[in-house]
Ligand binder design. Structure first.
Ligand code: HEM
Length: 384
């Protein structure tokens, strides 16, 4: 999407676009405009209002998602519901609580690298970038997902848009049924994990639908994104041997590099679909009420008005103010965990395989076409 974004942003920070379905959406492309939009309460994420806004755009053809189960989560809510749901879990993601997961993440990373060492060539996504975050989030929530493959198919089908789609509806129903069973078990036999705490926490006042939504959001948001932080970050390094060598030689540069990965080629493109409750003005442009608005984080993250050398990849530059985790009240609650996973993943990978290189020609690589998630289909590497 970067080429489109660049082209559009050069014409102005806010514009209307028509995608294949003929439905008009507004795109926010400038860094300052993205921040302003994400902090503006007139832009809503309330799922019911969003559906009405979408239904109007589809001229009555819209049948809507088949079920609401699993969609009643904080990322689909405005205050005060958002505030209540977020408060119920935010304690679990403080830097201190997340740091306590370090041994689990390091062990998982090292086990995967051990298994990789038995091969000359692997798909880095399948062998490392996918199983690492899945293992961590399943540990955190104490979810026993025997078949990681099925789980990944579910989440891949789910991270699309709200538009109707048979596969997505099926994946959704299967995952909700799985989560319902899991929550019943946690109610009967609570463990030490986050979901057991939530299920049995009378103060948090989460009803069954909200619990399912929370479990689904954490499982999906907690892994598909981190997979691509590792995958896209690794690709950026594999294309830039001197930088890869520098990071391998000096791991203190890795935390800064993780921030640059999130800015330069972050896992979330324009996940931030919202609708206008009231008209909003950006410069000369007025977006009327009831419009669909996509905040294009990937475009804001390469805005030359904000970042020096915005199109370049420089893991040593100060990129702390990137939009890779969003901004405002929905700022990624899992950011401390994602950062820790990213730092551990790259430190362990470059320490173990400093000579890692792409095993295919760059032109062979394919990206998923998904409006939310920006990630590669495969990343074949030679381990050296
Ligand atoms: C929200 C990105 C990892 C849980 C968000 C948002 C972004 C984001 C951009 C805001 C979306 C919006 O405003 O519409 C990422 C990236 C990650 C990552 C790039 C990895 C590199 C995680 C992890 C977890 C998580 C590991 C949990 C374990 C959440 C939740 C929200 C969220 C629950 C909703 C927060 C709210 O509505 O208040 N994430 N995320 N994310 N993320 Fe992440």
């Amino acid at each position: 999407p970067h080429a489109y974004y660049r082209h559009w942003r050069e014409e102005g920070p806010v514009r209307q676009v028509h995608f294949g379905d003929g439905v008009a959406r507004w795109l926010i492309l400038g860094y300052e405009e993205c921040r302003a939009a994400l902090a503006d309460p007139r832009l809503s994420k309330d799922i019911d209002g969003l559906e009405v806004a979408i239904a109007r755009k589809y001229d009555g053809d819209w049948e809507g998602p088949r079920t609401h189960d699993g969609l009643r989560h904080m990322l689909n809510a405005d205050p005060p519901t958002h505030t209540r749901l977020r408060k119920a879990v935010s304690q679990a993601f403080t830097a201190r609580r997340v740091e306590a997961l370090r041994p689990v993440i390091e062990r998982a990373a090292n086990d995967l690298l051990d298994a990789m060492a038995e091969h000359d060539e692997v798909d880095l996504l399948r062998a490392f970038a996918v199983p690492l975050p899945v293992t961590v989030i399943c540990h955190l929530l104490d979810v026993d997902i025997e078949d990681h493959g099925t789980f990944r198919e579910w989440t891949k089908a789910l991270v699309g848009t709200l538009e109707p789609d048979a596969d997505r509806a099926k994946a959704h129903d299967e995952m909700v049924a799985f989560l319902r069973k899991m929550l019943r078990r946690k109610r009967a036999e609570p463990g030490e994990d986050m979901l057991s705490a939530l299920v049995n926490d009378a103060d948090a006042r989460l009803d069954e639908g909200e619990l399912i939504g929370m479990a689904l959001l954490l499982l999906v948001a907690g892994h598909e994104t981190t997979v691509n932080l590792i995958g896209n970050g690794a690709l950026a390094l594999l294309r830039d041997r001197p930088r890869l060598d520098r990071l391998a030689a000096d791991p203190t540069l890795i935390p800064g590099a993780v921030e640059e990965f999130l800015r330069y080629d972050g896992p979330v493109n324009m996940a931030t679909l919202r609708f206008t409750r009231e008209p909003i003005t950006f410069g000369d442009t007025v977006i009327p009420a009831g419009e669909l608005v996509l905040v294009a984080l990937a475009a804001g993250n390469r805005d030359p008005l904000h970042f020096t050398d915005a199109y370049g990849f420089d893991p040593t530059a100060d990129r702390a103010a990137h939009l890779g985790f969003g901004y405002g009240i929905h700022y990624c609650v899992g950011a401390p965990l994602a950062r820790l996973e990213g730092r551990i993943a790259f430190t362990a990978l470059l320490h173990r395989f400093p000579n890692i290189e792409l095993a295919v020609d760059d032109s062979w690589l394919r990206w998923y076409s998904n409006p939310v998630i920006h990630g590669l289909k495969k990343l074949p590497v030679r381990l050296g």
